[in-house]
Design a protein around this ligand. Sequence first.
Ligand SMILES: Nc1nc2c(c(=O)[nH]1)N[C@H]1C(S)=C(S)[C@@H](COP(=O)(O)O)O[C@H]1N2
Ligand SMILES: [Mo]
Length: 398
Amino acid sequence: MQALRGPLNYDEEPSRHLSLIINAKDPFNAETPRAALVESYVTPVDMFFKRNHGPIPILDDPQRYRVTVDGLVPKPLLLSMDDIRLLPKYTVTATLQCAGNRRTPMSKTKLVKGVGWDVGAVGNAVWGGAKLSDLLKLASIPENTANTEAGGKHVEFTSVDACEEENGGPYKASVSLLHATNPKADVLLAYEMNGKVLNRDHGYPLRVAIPGVIGARSVKWLDRIDVIANDFQGFFMQKDYKMFPPNVDWDNINWLSRRPLMDFPVQCVICSLEDVCSIGQGKKVNISGYALSGGGRGIERVDVSVDGGETWIEARRYQKNKVPYLADSEECDKWAWVFFELETEIYPPTDIIAKAVDSSANVQPEKVETIWNLRGVLNNSWHVIHANSPAKATHLSL
Ligand SMILES: Nc1nc2c(c(=O)[nH]1)N[C@H]1C(S)=C(S)[C@@H](COP(=O)(O)O)O[C@H]1N2
Ligand SMILES: [Mo]
């Protein structure tokens, strides 16, 4: 591949939208502001969160670009973008969520290690590309295969980028072969995002998009696809993106004791209000946000409380066009977030809370303390907004 892999050089980063909230500059990590998250069901590309572990590669010669398919496959391949475009094209509306979404509030319990994120390390896009299951058929691996004759059980994706954590080595991740070859899992090799050619920040010319799974497995700027016996043994699968119980800290961690994270859990966030806000007595307030779950599970319910959890009201749910949403129905976008909305009067001081239930009846934990983990991943605790009365105006006497 023609990757420019030298030292970690941030001189040629693409330009970005000025409204993004920057959490780290080099590598560039930025999130969508709250209000913008619920402005559109499909997140505009320039407002979509960007999560990187190194400089953005420059792959500006699509004619020379090749993807290697190798390892424990019956038929190794070297594919150009034209070859990939010849495969049937699918468009899948899927929400990408970083495992570190809502990491910053987890640090309030006890400091966690990692780039800080508020609630915007998430976005919904229409991904266009070939199915990984179709590409693997070209390599003579049929649909729904758990292992190849040569003993392959996982599919490893290697990028061309250079990562800080891998001392300049590329970003990598893997999924099980069964997941990769399941056409219903909709794992894409995406060359389009929201109907346009993928841009540099999001993986040009080709990235993996794995719906319902933490963002970390959707490898950008794809270089190689290798069928391997065990899951990827490097940093990003074995020493990161794992969840530990609250009693594990840096002095007693055994990384081998946990499996790499895949599906994300049920999640729900209020985007129309900041975490602490002042609201006049009895004022009608719009409470809206997003809810989503992993593994293709829909959202069965979103409950909102405006009295600190004493009583709950069910919010309206919808995806595109504000049509009422019904979990797992034909019309819904299986892999996409669900927006919720409720208008009600608020009597401060009080806590406004939202929590979702997914279509497998999974619920969110109430307190972040109970799911605290040293890397600050998968914070899906109830989202709480503290509403106070506005400060009384001071009357100055003349
Ligand atoms: N090559 C490469 N792929 C990558 C990453 C990366 O740093 N390098 N970051 C991963 C992580 S942790 C996330 S959450 C998503 C973010 O994708 P986005 O930047 O398109 O939003 O990309 C994933 N794929
Ligand atoms: Mo991530």
